[in-house]
Design a protein around this ligand. Sequence first.
Ligand SMILES: Nc1ncnc2c1ncn2[C@@H]1O[C@H](COP(=O)(O)OP(=O)(O)OP(=O)(O)O)[C@@H](O)[C@H]1O
Ligand SMILES: [Mg+2]
Length: 419
Amino acid sequence: MSRNDKVVISCQNVWKIFGDRPKVVWDLLKEGATRQEIIEQTGQVTAVKDVSFDVRENEIFVIMGLSGSGKSTLLRCINRLIEPDTGKIFIQGEDITRMNRAALRKLRRHQLSMVFQHFGLLPHRSVLDNVAFGLEIRGDSKKQRQAKSMEALELVGLHGWENSRLHELSGGMQQRVGLARALVVDSEILLMDEPFSALDPLIRRQLQDEFIKLRSAVKKTVVFVTHDLFEALKLGDRIAIMKDGEIIQLGSPQEIVSQPFDDYVSEFVRDVPKAKIFSAETIMEEPEVVIWGGFDSELAIKEMTAKKALVAFITDSRGELKGVVTIKQALEAVKRGPGKLEEIAQEEFPSTSPDSPLEDSLHFIAEGDIPVAVLDGRRHLLGVITRKALISAMKPEKPNSNVKVPPEDNASLIHNEKS
Ligand SMILES: Nc1ncnc2c1ncn2[C@@H]1O[C@H](COP(=O)(O)OP(=O)(O)OP(=O)(O)O)[C@@H](O)[C@H]1O
Ligand SMILES: [Mg+2]
């Protein structure tokens, strides 16, 4: 992802309670009742509970969680297909919870598009008409609709199917139609609710790959809901994990995998092959001793002794890494007489690139004691991977815990009270 901190969507303390007596729920929450207790006592569901997060421009922000954790509800609050009870939702800086119907309609037609969990298509219409649907309600001319829809169908690999009826298509193809329908609107923001989960694993993987490719061509900010961790790790720049209506953890794929917040998250990430997920740069450390090869071996011994390091990295005058010298090699060399480091440096040493997965470094660490050098394209030393760092990256840290309480100001929630 190209680093970009511009916030496109901002959800702030969003709550959604399903039922006709939210006030009762509010009181129970203040008394510390759990979501399950509230359901049992009142039949009301706290679907989204005090959720806050920002989505940055062009990122894929994944919302993940078990069935019923509130993912779809939260996503639908972002375009107000579901009215949040309280909280603020900003799209491009504008609070959409205050928008009137006309403004909201405009927002949905131009700025946001959505791919629904169960396709949400019109079965009796042709493929082309399904794709063009959003443009039609927006009032685009027929010619424009056709041209744009054909382009979108091309993008999702359905060229030639435009005149087929929807029910003639397989599930995977129907999902592509759903995707084309969202893309055709050319909105900046794409909301996707489990777009691939109804598909079998092979088609699903294929569509994920195509989606990744598509996104490098068509820049968009995406909020992507899934209950599949591998999909989340593959697509997400950041992942929010939902449990019982709350976001209990938000972080990069590596953070989620290496530091699961609690047992719920641990359970999700337990079987993740961490060596495939983490790249070298995520765990590399500052090398302890880096010395120009023109210096004397004595100096390397001094530095290594002072820093209790076993290895010195030797560079040339341009800063390129030329080799490594272990403390043992340096001591032996000095015994033989004075000499420069570049004469004794071993030119074969373990190295990797910053974006290589850790699994590429595992065999080095298994075979020897020399930390793996992480080199950039000019062979400059960016950092090193030590055995200790590699091993600790492989095992998850201990989870902790956290409790959410409702805000004092619940006026906007109470206005929904019906009983
Ligand atoms: N319209 C509704 N009326 C009442 N309760 C609802 C409504 N929609 C959702 N819920 C409840 O809110 C909770 C969250 O539902 P939601 O659909 O957001 O979950 P989800 O994480 O998307 O699940 P799934 O993975 O199954 O799609 C669930 O307990 C659900 O039963
Ligand atoms: Mg859902």
